[in-house]
Design a protein around this ligand. Structure first.
Ligand code: NAD
Length: 336
């Protein structure tokens, strides 16, 4: 019998792509989402991609009664927890909101799981837990030094998982520390679609390509990198989604616990991405060089070896596929 996975935040960017990959791996999936940062039509689009109805509930992870009802209604085998706030800058302005949604929301999920006898959970963490690099690439045993309330909220959740497992060995967890997710599904039916000015580079470039923003601001071209602009590890969102399928499979098959980076190990610069996006959309894109931003660093990339050795996970899609799939998605949204 197929296993049932509950996806919190399953209507969001990474959650929706993970839904598709879980379905194609044969899992039953239940989505919960409050749609605070998701397109209302994403459920229809998921049904279209997977050619099957979607099981979903609108509700908040802060609502304990709602969570209890969902767990009573479905025989859940494991949870993948995406529901969270994710903007580093906003977290500095609103640390309480970030603590409430990210930490209290997660502890509510864990309590609902415990009450329902569900002990397998995959948690969306972030490479920002590492803070300033002491050495590169980041390995999972790099020291943890969060510099924002957002990153701190993820460290708090990781710590809670460790304490929970220490208190009760029935818990199995996968902590996945993502680098920079980018790109969209091949169908161009789902992707990243921020309402505000995007915080991340690719959605920002996408809005320059669609004409919604006048130019890309490049913050510093005098870094110690081949072209002077900052280098980051971008991972295609479909590869990232596959990583979740492998992680939850390992929990369910082996009663396993793991903490893994999900990145490619390859760094791309701001200009690498700009050129690749220009290729995808077939036009040159305006940019302006500005001063460095406080706190930015030259390079930031993963050592992906543990995820490969442990889960057999390997990212297969490169920068051109990320940019082309993003462009296919945003140009379709703009024209629909
Ligand atoms: N995108 C990134 O760059 C990145 C990098 C590292 C880690 N992450 C983590 O991955 C996870 C998913 O990120 P994403 O990029 O898909 O973000 P997203 O905002 O697209 O998805 C999050 C989803 O959770 C929902 N949600 C938010 N608060 C909720 C609440 N209180 N109750 C129920 N649903 C709620 C939103 O409506 C949204 O659909 C987050 O935990 C994020 O911190 C993201």
């Amino acid at each position: 019998m197929s296993k049932t996975i509950l996806l919190t935040g399953g209507a969001g960017y990474i959650g929706s792509h993970t839904y598709v990959e879980l379905k194609s791996a044969g899992y039953d999936v239940v989505i919960i989402d409050n749609f605070s940062n998701a397109r209302p039509d994403v459920i229809d689009r998921l049904a279209q991609i997977t050619d099957a109805p979607v099981t979903w509930h609108k509700g908040d992870v802060l609502d304990k009664a709602f969570l209890a009802k969902v767990f009573a209604q479905h025989a859940v085998d494991a949870v993948i927890h995406f529901a969270a706030k994710k903007a580093v800058g906003e977290s500095v302005e609103k640390p309480l909101d970030y603590f409430e949604t990210n930490c209290t929301g997660f502890s509510n999920i864990l309590m609902a799981m415990q009450a329902a006898g569900v002990f397998n959970v995959v948690f969306s963490s972030t490479a920002t837990v590492y803070g300033e690099p002491l050495s590169l690439p980041y390995t999972e045993d790099h020291r943890i030094a969060p510099v924002s309330p957002y990153a701190q909220s993820k460290v708090t959740c990781e710590t809670l998982l460790r304490q929970l497992k220490d208190s009760d060995p029935r818990w199995n967890y996968g902590v996945l520390r993502y680098f920079n997710p980018a790109g969209a599904h091949d169908s161009a039916l789902i992707g990243e679609d921020p309402n505000d000015i995007p915080n991340n580079l690719m959605p920002y470039i996408a809005k320059v390509a669609t004409g919604e923003l006048p130019h890309l601001n490049v913050f510093g071209d005098d870094y110690d990198t081949p072209d002077g602009t900052g280098v980051r590890d971008y991972i295609h969102v479909v590869d990232l989604a596959r990583g979740h399928v492998q992680s939850v499979g390992k929990l369910l098959d082996d009663q396993d616990t793991h903490i893994l980076n999900l990145g490619t190990g390859t760094g791309y610069s701001v200009f690498d991405m700009l050129r690749s996006y220009e290729k995808a959309c077939g036009t040159t894109l305006p940019f302006k060089i500005g001063p460095r931003r406080a706190g930015d660093i030259d390079c930031f990339y993963a050592d992906p070896a543990s995820a490969r050795d442990y889960l057999g996970f390997e990212a297969t899609r490169g920068l051109d596929e990320m940019c082309q799939s993003s462009w296919n998605w945003v140009s379709r949204v703009r024209n629909s």
